[in-house]
Design a protein around this ligand. Sequence first.
Ligand SMILES: *Cc1c(COP(=O)(O)O)cnc(C)c1O
Length: 339
Amino acid sequence: MKIDLRSDTVTKPSKEMLQAMLEAQVGDDVFAEDPTINLLEETVATMFGKEAALFCPSGTMTNQIAIKIHTQPGDELICDEASHIYNFEGGGISFNSLVQAKLVAGNNGRITASQVEEAINPNYDWFAQTKLVSLENTVNRAGGSVYEFLEMQKISTLCKSKNLALHLDGARIFNALQVSKNSPASIGVLFDTVSVCFSKGLGAPVGSALLGTKENIKKARRIRKLFGGGTRQGGFLAAAALYALNNNVSRLSQDHIKAKEIERVLQSCFYVSEILPVETNIIIFTIDQKYSANDFVDKAKEKNILCTTFGKNKVRMVTHLDYTNIMHEIVIKTLPTIF
Ligand SMILES: *Cc1c(COP(=O)(O)O)cnc(C)c1O
């Protein structure tokens, strides 16, 4: 049995999810005639208190569309240095939107309102115009850290007063909400656009949604077509996303408990020098310099546990829907024996 902790994207659709996909009503979504996509968009928009939503093939696409609709070429956006939009989207900020990023060094991926304020360029000819702030919640590269609601609120107020758009990369927003206990709508109201993913912890095979005002989503729809992301009978995929929203949200807390238990075991492993605080389903730890992260990953693989290297001598493990209690028992027993 292979135990795959490389990412929460490795999950496969369950029988029940596949059944929901088989039974989906579909139509041509480029004509906005797919009833299941329309239902998903309405459901997720309402959930976050936004006017409209747009179903897209990936979270990279929803983020990149958001950047495109909030900026003009030559503008600048502000984000944490660990941001997915900056690190893991192929240079899309510059490639798709001809925009540059001002990187801020936050606390495990979380920036503050005062850091944002400092990073805003003054209005002189020689500065790029700051137009957009992008937050990520939870922060993947910083170990699944969760934003404080109050800090997001302060950033939102600041952005409104400075006429800046505010985007949330909420690929794992449902993980964050399990921890912070805020409602989706209380988060939605703070942001101009929100990206949510169905293919991470929620276990759908494909799909993300961008949420915002009717006007923003109308622009986003045009950009989605331009980026090649308009689908036809995509309702089969939207059915999986709807199934995930209805069935796989509250169980995320089980992934968090397992991740905490892995953290506890790693704390007593002699080959671990540091572990980023585990707040949700992501565990990132540094291997002591006497050993190497690559060796760890190879040795774990020999014991049928898959994980990935993640930066300087670091390893990442992610718990998810298909990571069972039995697998967890094996991992807990095996980790101390890797070296
Ligand atoms: C996975 C992820 C995305 C989107 O990734 P896709 O693989 O394109 O769906 C965006 N932001 C974060 C933080 C992610 O972890």
